[in-house]
Design a protein around this ligand. Structure first.
Ligand code: NAD
Ligand code: 6OD
Length: 482
């Protein structure tokens, strides 16, 4: 059986405790690896290695050389792209086409983006009478990176790349559900980065490796992507040592579809914004609001597209469009939302159950057919809480004011999508939506220089471009009397 070890100070090592846990393929229910379970002991070693590396060759390295190493990491991922994609699919259940075309390519693109971009960022200079102020950026120090299971390589490298580009060292705690591609990243880094610059400790979150990292007095910042409730716990844990925090959290994102929308384009994209990665994308639009004149036509087309184009099945099959949810436990959680929707009188236009006809080797897999629900009031659980599965609720609206009020009636504020051919309305509505990211007539179209992050319960801070630099560096002002 394959073993996944920690990566500390340039070496793959087992746990001091000897404890291990299972890594399960969610499509088959099979154990695919045994993972060494880290805790405080491994976090202490990893943080010490990361601290020492800050003053070693890495800390003294000219910026151009450091950026060259990041480009080598990007190329190292590209060279092993098929291996990364297969590992991600086995760990996460996402379709191989999604892993190969989105998740893994973004792993290398993230390194290229920050290696290129940060070379050209100037710091500020303020000239005053008789004095000059200029700013220096210095690495934050040792950065703890805690990542979720839904886009493991994309989301982990989205943090590792800017952290390293800024000159920091990192200790990564990948999700216990999906440790495989972070271990591969460490394997790529082994021959590229000096020891201690990139460390990985596998393990669980609370009372384990995760909390040991967030509480560690020698960690300067924590960048976390995951559930809002976990963010709240991490914030409390990090308070003791006043760590800098960056949070990308949950969402309950609205899609606002006006009657003048290009329906074909809207349906095409709504299929992705509802069901990409089994709906396990923080940016998925799970609350769909359609202006009443278009409501029935939209539903008819959406349901027809689901019936004719979605293939739920083996994630390794290139014709599969919807794979397995992350685990049977998560599927059971999603099911509780479906049960409560039923109790609230919802109509299920599609889905709501395991798809029929799956092959025998997927009998233990965590599968759910794409689910479209109508007839729910705004206060129903399925309309208010993040489900994180292939489930959307669709609700008609009559006016712009009404839909804005509905869309903003949530604690979350990650993203929103507006569909309209009326440019003035699109601008007006986008400006009033309480969301960190608004897409107009598109979805998940990413320019990695732009600000990414959520308002309200969806996060703290922004990532992307110079916004990442803000988090991963300390800015020091120097005032010189002339
Ligand atoms: P999660 O919060 O359960 O776990 C995320 C990570 O935190 C894991 O590595 C876990 O081990 C660790 N963790 C858990 N408890 C911890 C603790 N007490 N201390 C330290 N670490 C701890 O989230 P998940 O289920 O892995 O991911 C799904 C969630 O992530 C969804 O809510 C989704 O919306 C959110 N997400 C947000 C974004 C974004 O950019 N805003 C992106 C992807 C996912
Ligand atoms: O595209 C990104 O940079 C990003 N952070 C995507 C997040 C996806 C959430 O599931």
């Amino acid at each position: 059986m394959k073993e996944i070890k920690h990566f500390i100070n340039g070496e793959f090592v087992g746990s001091a405790s000897g404890r291990m846990f299972d890594d399960i393929n969610p499509a088959t229910g099979q154990v695919i690896a045994r993972v060494h379970e880290g805790g405080k002991a491994e976090i202490d070693l990893a943080v010490a290695a990361a601290r020492a590396a800050l003053t070693g060759p890495w800390g003294k390295m000219p910026m151009a050389e450091r950026m060259d190493l990041l480009m080598k990491l990007a190329h190292g991922i590209q060279a092993r792209a098929a291996e990364f994609a297969q590992a991600e699919v086995a760990d996460n259940g996402m379709p191989i086409t999604l892993a190969s075309h989105v998740n893994i390519p973004r792993g290398s693109a993230n390194f290229i983006q920050f290696a290129e971009h940060f070379k050209y960022v100037a710091t500020e200079c303020w000239e005053m009478e008789g004095a000059l102020n200029y700013a220096l950026r210095r690495p934050l120090g040792v950065v703890g990176i805690i990542s979720p299971w839904n886009f493991p390589l994309l989301l982990t490298t989205w943090k590792v790349a800017p952290a390293l580009a800024s000159g920091n060292t990192v200790v990564i705690k990948p999700s216990e559900e999906t440790p495989a591609t972070t271990a591969l990243l460490a394997d790529v880094a082994r021959s590229i980065l000096p020891p201690g610059v990139l460390n990985v400790v596998n393990g669980f979150g609370g009372d384990s490796a995760g909390s040991a990292l967030t509480e560690h007095p020698d960690v300067d910042g924590i960048t976390f992507t995951g559930e809002t409730t976990t963010g709240q716990i991490i914030m409390r844990a990090a308070a003791g040592s006043l760590k800098k925090l960056s949070f990308e959290l949950g969402g309950k994102n609205p899609n606002l579809i006006f009657a003048d929308a290009d329906l074909d384009a809207c349906i095409e994209t709504t299929m992705r914004s509802s069901f990409a990665n089994q709906g396990e994308v923080c940016l998925c639009g799970s609350r769909i609001y359609v202006e009443r004149p278009l409501y029935q036509a939209f539903l008819d087309k959406l349901v027809e597209r689901i019936r004719t184009t979605v293939k739920v099945g083996d994630p390794t099959d290139p014709t599969t469009t919807l794979g397995a949810l992350i685990s049977r436990e998560h599927l059971a959680r999603v099911q509780t939302f479906l049960d409560s929707a039923k109790a609230d009188g919802a109509t299920f236009l599609t889905g709501g159950e395991r798809p029929a006809g799956l092959p025998a080797h997927l009998a233990d897999g965590a599968f759910l057919a794409p689910t479209v629900i109508t007839g729910l009031g705004r206060d129903c659980k399925a309309q208010r809480q993040e489900i994180f599965g292939p489930v959307v609720t669709v609700t008609p609206f009559d006016t712009e004011e009404e839909v804005l009020e509905l869309a903003n009636d949530t604690n979350y504020g990650l993203s929103a999508t507006v569909w309209s051919r009326d440019l003035a309305r699109a601008h007006r509505v986008a400006a009033q939506l309480e969301a960190g990211i608004v897409w107009v007539n598109t979805w998940f179209l990413r320019d990695l220089r732009s600000a990414f992050g959520g308002m309200k319960y969806s996060g703290i801070g922004r990532e992307g471009g110079v916004h990442s630099l803000e988090f991963y560096t300390e800015l020091k002002n120097i005032c010189i009397k002339l």
